[in-house]
Structures are given as C-alpha cells and as structure tokens.
Design a binder for this molecule. Structure first.
Ligand SMILES: Nc1ncnc2c1ncn2[C@@H]1O[C@H](COP(=O)(O)OP(=O)(O)OP(=O)(O)O)[C@@H](O)[C@H]1O
Ligand SMILES: [Mg+2]
Length: 380
C-alpha cells in the first residue's frame, strides 16, 4: 500500500488526510529509510493529524508522547514502579528477615540484601512510558512525539538513542531493541531551536499553510455543507487574512470551522458583512479582529470601492476600535490616519510570491543566515 508516493497519498486520503506530493514523498521516504520524521510548522497545518492518519492507514497502534516544559525521562521513557516495589518488600518482609537473620553484622546484612537487588530492578517493576513502550511493542507502531519544542533540551538528549537506533537502554536490565522499527513522527511549532544532533537523525520537513487547491480539497473532504464556489472564495479570503501579519494567522482548522459556520447560517453569498459578523471564528485576538475587519471588504472583492458603507456594517456586533455612533464624515476622517495611508499590498502578488518553491531555505532555522541569531525564537 505504501509502495509508491502515490500509494502513500491515497492511503492517507483514505483516512481523510490530504497530502501534497512533497509531503507524500517525505512520508514514503520515512517508511523506506526507517528514519524518524520531524515536521515543523505553524499551528493547525496538520502536523499531529499526519501521525494519526499514518497510524490509521497502516493499521498500526498510535503511541503518543505529548511534550511539555519540565518533562523528564520518567514520563517519556520509563520509571521504576516504586509503589509496587514497596508492596512486594512488605509482603516479603518475613522472607527478607530470614535472609539477614544470621548475618554477623550490619555490613554483612546489607551485602546480602544487595545481592537480591536485581529482583527489585527487573522487568516486573519497570513501568514503560511511550518511548520504551514503542520499542518493546510486539507489533509495529507509530510513535508521535508531539510538540517537542515545548520540552526541555535535556529530553531531546534522551531521545537520541531511540531516534538513531530504535533502542532504549535501562542500566539495571540492559538494552531493549525494537522488533519492528516504529514510524516516528516528531512535531514542532518552532518556538525554539532544536538540537542539531536531533535534526541530524530525522528526515525534516517544514509544513506550511497549504496551496489554495489543497486547502479547498481539505475543506471539501470535511463535508462542511458549504457549496464548492463559496468554499473556494472562502479559502481565498482566509489566505488573504494570513498575509495581514496577524498575531495568530488562521489555520486550516479555522478555515474548516468558518466554512461550517457559514453553512449553518445558510449563507448563499460571501459578503463582507457576513464574514465580518463571523470573523471571530478565525481570528482570536482583539487586535487581529480589527485588522481583519478592515481588510475583509477588500479581500471579498479586491475591486470594491465601498469601504465606508461596508466598514459601517461591521461595527455591529463586534468589539471594534471605532466609535459605534460615528457618522460617515468621522469615519472618512479615520481613514486619513498615517497608518491607513500606507500603500495597500497587492495580496495576490504577495501570496503568489509565497508559493514559490524553496522559500523556506532563506533565513529559516538551520541555514547559515539564521544561525547567527541563536537563542529563543519567536513562536509562530
Ligand atoms: N492535510 C490535511 N488533511 C485533512 N485535514 C487537515 C489537514 N491538515 C489539517 N487538517 C485539519 O486541521 C486540523 C488541525 O490539524 P493538526 O491538529 O494536525 O494541526 P497541528 O499542525 O498539529 O497544529 P498544532 O501545532 O496547533 O498542534 C485537523 O484536525 C484537521 O481537521
Ligand atoms: Mg499538533
């Protein structure tokens, strides 16, 4: 099934995941080269979903490690089941007592107990966490290490042995090696640089917002109830919003939510009014909402020269910076501020420029130009 790039694309599509050629090729290579796959990219572009779809498409069990700050290896690899160890020593108190009953002194008693240590640090008392579980599994699995950039760098070091050799060493017992190489998918929102040692062990892919065709295909696959023509128009509007330099750009899941919202409202024409009334489905910060409201008329119809009327519309029902009671004169005046006089970027040209292949090679993590500014990066 995963024998060809096309096969991978179809298998993922069968699980409702729409992959483009580049992503399908990367996943194909991952399965062929038995290498972990590190996916970086903004929120909501389908990083986590890919691992889920891969597990569903291959019938493999999905093991998931959700990373967070302060997480240590006892939550990622394994820990000793202290409670169980204690319980056993209590139950076996008499037996342990017999062992040391005729010891000449304390030293000898401790020696004798020490010789039995391996009983308590054995498989029986080992509590596997997702990474060890993936290695010990009797069946092939997909291991999702989600949002690795949230974890501390120490955890990355812990991962290296697993990612490089699909094995985990437990000093008291030995080394566990995976029977079947797991498909490992790591995701990152790029809130900080990841260690080069980790990157080196993985196939790397930057997953960005999709092309309009693919986004439309995704929306279509979700049965949102919105007509094809409106969905296509909506996808263009969302892409326009992404060009606005918002604090949080709308993701694919927000496009889907917006399409569902509009379908529920029975909308049969995308007007700036109806989009403004529902814009909080896709932009979640007050400042972003204001920027979006200002841009929507232009995004719905780039040739429309009716900002005053439409602008007035979106004042209703929205938390908006302008006074609700302003008249058109005052409103026109507000458009005279220096900020509003900035030449409007040609959204379409900006988007087209963004669609050029290889645009992430400049200034993106790992390239010479960006290594000069190490340290914590701004999250997406
Ligand atoms: N290629 C795709 N095909 C189908 N649905 C998709 C695709 N990409 C994204 N989606 C939809 O977008 C939603 C969000 O995707 P997902 O949770 O994987 O994002 P993410 O990249 O992991 O985001 P975050 O960084 O916030 O965790 C999914 O639930 C899914 O409905
Ligand atoms: Mg995710």
């Amino acid at each position: 099934m995963l024998d060809t790039v096309e096969g991978v694309r179809e298998a993922l599509a069968g699980e409702g995941y729409i992959a483009d050629e580049r992503l399908a090729t990367t996943v194909f290579l991952q399965t062929r080269l038995d290498k972990p796959l590190l996916i970086e990219g903004p929120a909501g572009v389908g990083k986590t979903e890919l691992a889920k779809a891969l597990a569903a498409a291959t019938g493999r069990r999905l093991l998931r490690l959700q990373c967070y700050e302060g997480q240590d290896e006892t939550k990622a690899l394994y820990e000793w089941d202290y409670g169980k160890q204690l319980l056993y020593t209590q139950i076996l108190r008499e037996k342990i007592g017999q062992l040391v009953a005729d010891a000449a002194d304390l030293d000898e008693a401790v020696d004798r107990i020490g010789k039995q240590e391996s009983v308590f640090f054995s498989d029986r008392f080992l509590a596997s966490r997702p990474l060890l579980e993936a290695v010990r599994s009797e069946e092939p699995v997909v291991l999702l290490i989600d949002e690795i950039d949230r974890a501390d760098e120490a955890l990355e070091a812990v991962l290296l042995e697993l990612l490089g050799e699909y094995q985990v060493s437990v000093p008291e017992i030995g080394t566990f090696k995976a029977k079947y190489a797991p498909y490992v998918v790591l995701t990152s929102n790029n809130t900080r640089d990841l260690a080069a040692a980790l990157k080196r062990r993985c196939l790397h892919m930057f997953l960005d917002y999709p092309s309009s065709e693919r986004e439309l295909e995704i929306v279509r696959s979700k049965d949102t109830g919105l007509t094809e023509a409106l969905a296509a128009q909506l996808v263009d509007v969302v892409r326009g919003l992404r060009d606005l330099d918002l604090r949080k750009a709308p993701s694919i899941s927000e496009t889907i939510d917006w399409a569902r919202t509009l379908a529920v409202l029975g909308v049969d024409e995308l007007s700036a009014k109806v989009l403004s009334d529902t814009v909080s489905v896709v932009v979640k910060y007050d400042k972003d909402v204001r920027k979006a409201l200002d841009a929507l008329p232009r995004l719905v119809d780039p040739n429309a020269k009716v900002p005053a009327v439409l602008h007035n519309n979106h004042d209703h029902g929205h938390d908006h910076a302008h006074d609700l009671g302003h008249d058109h004169g005052a409103h026109a005046h507000s458009h005279d501020t220096p900020q509003d006089q900035e030449p409007e970027p040609d959204g379409k040209a900006v988007r087209q420029a963004k669609d050029k292949p290889g645009r992430f090679t400049n200034g993106y993590y790992g390239t010479p130009s960006s290594t000069a500014s190490l340290g914590r990066r701004r999250p997406f």
